[in-house]
Design a binder for this molecule. Structure first.
Ligand code: SF4
Ligand code: SF4
Length: 208
């Protein structure tokens, strides 16, 4: 159950033995090569900087939230529970406008994300808004929930809808984790572990 208690977050992070098995699985670390971007680096900061300073939160929060690290950790550390629970207690001072996606007529229902190109035959159902990934990322769960409510209302009418943006796929997959089973929708998405450029543009100083 999320969120973990603050003390449990730290205890879970302290289980990390810094073996490094998770490094090769983390798309963010593979992209930047910075230790603080790795799951190991994040757990180290969480374990040793409690309570988190705003600076530590800035280092830890940029994360693809893909869960690949947890799949390979030999100690089965609940890395995702740690990374997601932090969002209940801390917030990065970022604000993002909730954008409506432009609807498009076509045969195949898709959720394009903000910047993804829709395929020729793709249709974008009316009423969709941004997935809320960046709201989740920054700990703004209130706005993340508003995005979830609106999108779930629409997506329930389109079983098997394909999600084109990997960040949106993550955000929509996590709706039920945060808000319960009624937020579960039937989505498909080849979750290519590539981080779109928008991710780095959100944190220009952090990733310059
Ligand atoms: S694989 Fe697990 S124990 Fe090893 S460094 Fe990564 S999080 Fe720590
Ligand atoms: S959730 Fe994904 S991006 Fe974040 S630390 Fe784990 S592997 Fe890296």
């Amino acid at each position: 159950m999320l969120p973990l208690e603050p003390q449990s977050i730290v205890e879970e992070a302290r289980k990390c033995v810094l073996c490094g098995k998770c490094l090769a699985a983390c798309p963010l670390f593979l992209e930047t090569g910075k230790e603080e971007d790795s799951p190991r680096g994040k757990l180290f900061l969480i374990a040793n900087l409690s309570p988190l300073t705003p600076r530590a939160a800035e280092l830890i929060f940029p994360c693809f939230l893909c869960g690949e690290c947890e799949k390979v950790c030999p100690l089965e550390i609940r890395i995702m529970d740690v990374l997601l629970s932090l969002r209940f207690y801390y917030k990065l001072p970022l604000s993002f406008e909730v954008k409506e996606l432009s609807e498009k007529e076509g045969k195949k229902p898709v959720y394009p994300g903000c910047f993804e190109k829709t395929p020729e035959d793709g249709m974008v159902p009316p009423g969709l808004v941004c997935s809320g990934f960046y709201h989740l990322l920054s700990g703004d769960l209130e706005t993340y929930k508003k995005c979830a409510e609106q999108n779930v209302r629409v997506l329930k009418n389109y079983p098997g809808i394909e999600i084109l943006c990997p960040l949106a796929f993550t955000a929509i997959s996590l709706y039920p984790v945060f808000f319960g089973d009624e937020f579960r929708v039937d989505i498909r998405g080849e979750k290519a572990l590539k981080i779109p450029p928008c991710f780095f543009n959100i944190f220009p100083e952090r990733f310059s």
